[in-house]
Ligand binder design. Structure first.
Ligand code: ADP
Ligand code: MG
Length: 373
C-alpha cells in the first residue's frame, strides 16, 4: 500500500491577500467521473505560460470544510485503528499554509481540525465496542504529546522551565518503531478530558515569535493517541500519530539573528533529511538516511507506519510560489512510498514477559505494550 497523499489549498487570508495573486488551481483528471478533484496546477516560475500539474489521491480547494476533509481522509482510518493497525497522519507545508488549522483547527465546532474530530470518533467507537460486547471488551485511550525542536525531543506535558536542555532520548523498539524515553503518557477517558490536556500542552509550545515565524513553525509537534482494547486476557494496542511538521520554507530567505539561524538550520536539516529519505525510498535505494535526524527516525516513513496519510497544505498565492513548488515536488515523491500494513498482534496479560504464547517469529516482536513511538 502506498502513502495516501492529499493536497489542501487554503482560502485567501482576508486583508492580506487578493484574488489577483492566486496562482494555484485545481482540476479533475479527464477520466474522472466524480466531482472530486485530484490535480493541482501551478505556473512554471520560469515561463508562466506553462503550467505544472501534480496528481494526488485527492485535492481539497478553498471551499473544502474541516468536516469534509475529516470524513473523507481520516474517518476511514479509525476502523483500521480498532482492528489493530497503527495510523499516521501528517501535515506538510510552508508556514502559513494551514497545517495547524488542519490538524488542530479552531474552537468553534465547525472549525475543529482533524485531531479533535479523530478523538471524538475514537470515543464514539469505543462506546460502541463497549455496548456491542455488553461490557466484555474495554477500550482505554491515552495520549502523549511532544515536540522536536532543534533535533531535541521535549515533552509538551512539561512546562518549558522544567525541560532539560538536551531533551529526551529516543530508542528503537523493533519493527521500525521508536520510542521516546521518559515521555508522559496521560489517560484520557472522555473527549473533554482529552481537550483539556491537549490545550494545556499546546500552551507549553513556547511562543517566542520571530520576525516571520513563531517557535511553533520551527518545531514538529507529535501527538500519539494510544488505544488499548482488552477482551478477557487479550490486549491489543494500536497508536494513531498526528503530526504537525515544522514549516517547509527555505529559511535562508528570512533574515534573523544568530540564535534563530541555528534553529532554521536545524529545521531545514530534519526536513532536508526527510526529503532525502523520501527520495531514497522512491528510487528504491538501499540506504535510507532515517537516522540522521530524530524526526525522520520517529516518522520512519515507509518503515512500519500502518496506514499513512500525508496532508500537503498549500497557499494559493504568488508570494509562496517557489516554496509551493518545492512542497509539490516533495509530495509527488512521497506518493510512491509503499508502506506495510502490519497488524499489532494482541498479547496476553498473564504471560510472563519474554516467554509469549506466540512463537519467536516476527510477530512476537509486538508482544508487550509496544509503540508509543
Ligand atoms: P501553519 O500551521 O501551516 O503555519 P496556520 O494553520 O497557522 O498555518 O494557518 C495560517 C492562517 O491561515 C491562519 O490564520 C489560519 O486560520 C488560516 N487558515 C489556514 N487554512 C485555512 C482554511 N482552510 N480555512 C480558513 N482559514 C485557514
Ligand atoms: Mg502551525
Amino acid at each position: 500500500m502506498s502513502i495516501r497523499v492529499v493536497a489542501r489549498i487554503r482560502p485567501l487570508l482576508q486583508a492580506k491577500e487578493i484574488e489577483r495573486d492566486i496562482i494555484v488551481d485545481t482540476a479533475k483528471l479527464p477520466a474522472e467521473k466524480t466531482d472530486s478533484k485530484s490535480v493541482v496546477r501551478i505556473p512554471n516560475p520560469r515561463n508562466e505560460a506553462e503550467a505544472f500539474s501534480f496528481v494526488f489521491n485527492s485535492v481539497y480547494d478553498q471551499e473544502a470544510t474541516q468536516a469534509q476533509l475529516f470524513e473523507n481522509e481520516v474517518s476511514p482510518t479509525v476502523k483500521h485503528l480498532f482492528k489493530g493497525f497503527d495510523v499516521t497522519l501528517f501535515a506538510y507545508g510552508v508556514t502559513g499554509t494551514g497545517k495547524t488549522h488542519t490538524m488542530r483547527g479552531g474552537k468553534a465546532l465547525a472549525e475543529r481540525g482533524v485531531i479533535p474530530r479523530l478523538l471524538s470518533s475514537i470515543y464514539r467507537r469505543a462506546r460502541k465496542v463497549d455496548k456491542d460486547s455488553e461490557g466484555a471488551s474495554r477500550v482505554e485511550v491515552s495520549m502523549s504529546y511532544y515536540e522536536i525542536y532543534n533535533d531535541r525531543v521535549f515533552d509538551l506535558f512539561e512546562p518549558p522551565e522544567k525541560r532539560t536542555p538536551a531533551g529526551l532520548p529516543i530508542r528503537d523498539i523493533g519493527n521500525g518503531k521508536t520510542q521516546v524515553v521518559g515521555l508522559t503518557e496521560r489517560p484520557c477517558t472522555t473527549l473533554k478530558e482529552f481537550e483539556q490536556l491537549y490545550d494545556q500542552a499546546n500552551v507549553n509550545r513556547s511562543t517566542s515569535a520571530t520576525k516571520l515565524n513563531a517557535h511553533s513553525s520551527r518545531s514538529h509537534a507529535i501527538l500519539c493517541v494510544k488505544i488499548t482494547q482488552t477482551t478477557g486476557d487479550s490486549v491489543r494496542v494500536s497508536t494513531a500519530s498526528a503530526i504537525d511538521l515544522a514549516g517547509s520554507e527555505d529559511n535562508r530567505r528570512t533574515d534573523n539573528n544568530k540564535d534563530r539561524m541555528v534553529e532554521s538550520a536545524s529545521i531545514n536539516k530534519s526536513l532536508f533529511v526527510l526529503a532525502q529519505c523520501v527520495e531514497a525510498i522512491s528510487k528504491k535505494q538501499h540506504r535510507v538516511p532515517y537516522r540522521e535526524s530524530k524526526m525522520t527516525r520517529i516518522l520512519a516513513l515507509g518503515q512500519n507506519n500502518g496506514l499513512t496519510v500525508m496532508i500537503l497544505n498549500l497557499a494559493p498565492v504568488r508570494s509562496y510560489h517557489l516554496d509551493t513548488l518545492s512542497s509539490l515536488n516533495f509530495a509527488n515523491r512521497t506518493k510512491k512510498i509503499e508502506v506495510n500494513e502490519v497488524e499489532n498482534q494482541p498479547f496476553f496479560r498473564d504471560v510472563p514477559s519474554g516467554k509469549g504464547k506466540l512463537d519467536s517469529d516476527d510477530k512476537a516482536i509486538s508482544l508487550g505494550a509496544p509503540s508509543m513511538h
